[in-house]
Design a protein around this ligand. Structure first.
Ligand SMILES: [Zn+2]
Length: 261
């Protein structure tokens, strides 16, 4: 279900991106930046082919692919925005050994984007504070603030304006903490597995060995329990996803062998 108008999603995603940029420093590590752009370009091209092959050619032009590296060694995280921006924090590179492992991360984020996962979550009124969903949380907050401003203007109801603001803030915070509701976590899990599977196909079609996904997630598994690892915070546990990857590796390998790597 994707019912939120794309224009609305793009406006919010733009605001969010500008906010992140204003609070961050772009990486000046040319090697990292160029590698991310190079791998990203190949994954984006593979995404274009997948969309074309599945009769969704029109969708291709809705993305302006951009791959950005933000300097923050403490942030082991990455996120994608609905317009095609993929952001990686430098902390992620502690777990990335080579281009194939980088393709696992980028493939996963690009998969979320082309599958329209943000819209699905927004359409269900669900939100989440981490990774690629931060934009949804941000949208919720803006929506609530506008609502309160309107109510306060006419001073309606029995609660004071201050109480309304506190209640709304609590509501947004609760909605944005993971996992909030069963249906919320169920949808997130489904989307995560879907992004893993599509991401695996994208990386393979782009000429990266899909086996790298297993190696990468085995490293991530060792980090589980460490709350600072943002990339794990809204994801299924690594053991289940490694098992899931193994199911899809044979299909992905056939694409990898056909790719022009
Ligand atoms: Zn994800």
């Amino acid at each position: 279900m994707q019912i939120v108008p794309r224009s609305q999603i793009l406006t919010l995603s733009d605001h969010y991106y500008n906010k992140v940029l204003a609070e961050s420093i772009l990486s000046t590590d040319q090697e990292k930046v160029e590698t991310v752009q190079r791998v990203g370009k190949r994954i984006a091209e593979a995404a274009g082919k997948v969309l074309a092959d599945s009769g969704r050619r029109n969708q291709i032009k809705s993305y302006q692919w951009e791959f950005i590296v933000i300097e923050n060694d403490k942030m082991v995280n990455a996120f994608g925005l609905p317009d095609g921006k993929v952001v990686l924090f430098t902390g992620m590179f502690r777990y990335i050994r080579d281009e194939s492992e980088l393709a696992v991360v980028i493939g996963h984020e690009v998969a979320h984007i082309i599958a329209g996962h943000s819209n699905e979550r927004m359409s269900r009124g669900l939100s989440n504070s981490s990774g690629n969903d931060a934009v949804i949380c941000y949208a919720k907050r803006i929506e609530k603030e506008t609502e309160i401003q309107n109510i306060c203007k006419y001073n309606a109801g029995t609660l004071t304006c201050h109480e309304k603001k506190v209640n709304a803030e609590t509501e947004v915070q609760q909605n944005c903490s993971y996992p909030r509701r069963t249906q919320f976590s169920k949808l997130i899990l489904l989307q995560e597995y879907e992004a893993d599977r599509i991401g695996l196909i994208l990386m393979a079609k782009a000429g990266f060995d899909p086996n790298a996904a297993i190696h990468f997630w085995q490293k991530m598994k060792k980090r589980e329990g460490n709350r600072n690892v943002g990339f794990l915070s809204n994801h299924p546990d690594s053991a289940s996803r490694i098992a899931d990857f193994k199911l899809y590796i044979p299909e992905a390998l056939s694409y990898y062998q056909m790719s022009e790597n």
